[in-house]
Design a protein around this ligand. Structure first.
Ligand SMILES: [Fe+2]
Ligand SMILES: [Fe+2]
Length: 259
């Protein structure tokens, strides 16, 4: 079942907990003149998420379907959501539009967003951050200035079932989960976005997995990313790759020119 919680200023969290994966899958619905859905959930989750949206507004009114990177939990329902809402436009990063949508079987309208681009929903203004290699080449994030909210997709997540608003420091659990899943190939792009997030000083951070973080808790999660290992160390979803068992398991390998 997908639960619906109002977080702040017309932003709703639609959350489905997958016990087998020990992870929640969140979508965020922004109720405005031009309503927006951030992340669609996977293809099989569509009916539950569609019903959850209906608790807040008519899904046919959706104006923007926002996909921060192309992965099934972020974009699996995009075709059906865009198809059902005749005014809907898919918004992804410009890189995502080029590498994932051209020559694909998606024929709907697309906005490829660049850093600093703004979508005006009415009361909410969505400003886009290009965040390449924070998990994926095409990754982006969304900042909503009116509520001081940041939607960082898979950054700042927490595993296990969490309340809509998290009050605990789960930074160590976050870093451990990133290492076991193998989510981030390197630290530099991530830490640059961490710095940018700190400068923004948002009132809210709304990760795709776990609960939303109030701004006062954010420094704990930032500190965890700055002080604890979180990058790929040879594990993919808890499975150790054989090539990494006897090889180097940490740090960036230098190119011959750097040695
Ligand atoms: Fe992802
Ligand atoms: Fe995700």
């Amino acid at each position: 079942m997908t639960r619906v919680d109002h977080l702040t200023g017309g932003i709703y969290r639609l959350s489905t907990y997958a016990a087998a994966k020990r992870l929640s899958f969140n979508q965020f619905l922004i109720d405005d003149d031009a309503p927006a859905l951030i992340h669609t959930g996977t293809f099989p989750m569509y009916d539950d998420i569609r019903a959850a949206i209906t608790q807040v507004l008519d899904g046919k009114r959706l104006r923007y379907i926002i996909v921060p990177h192309f992965e099934a939990d972020e974009c699996g329902g995009m075709g059906r959501f865009v198809g059902e809402a005749t005014q809907a436009v898919l918004a992804c990063s410009l890189v995502g539009a080029r590498i994932n949508l051209q020559q694909w079987d998606y024929n709907g309208p697309v906005h490829g967003m660049q850093d600093g681009d703004v979508l005006d929903l009415g009361r909410h203004k969505l400003r886009f951050w290009e965040t390449p290699h924070v998990h994926h080449w095409d990754s982006m994030m969304v900042a909503v200035e009116t509520t001081g909210s940041l939607f960082p997709a898979d950054l700042f997540i927490q595993p296990n079932e969490q309340p809509p608003v998290v009050e605990e420091d789960l930074g160590a659990d976050m870093c451990q989960w990133y290492r076991s899943a193998g989510l981030f190939g390197g630290s530099e792009p991530v830490l640059r976005v961490v710095d940018r997030t700190e400068r923004l000083a948002p009132n809210w951070v709304h990760p795709m997995h776990g609960g939303s973080l109030p701004g006062k808790l954010l420094p704990r999660y930032i500190a965890a990313l700055r002080t604890q290992p979180f990058t790929f160390d040879g594990h993919l979803f808890c499975r150790q790759l054989p090539d990494w068992v006897e090889g180097r398991t940490t740090g960036d390998r230098q190119s011959p020119a750097q040695r």
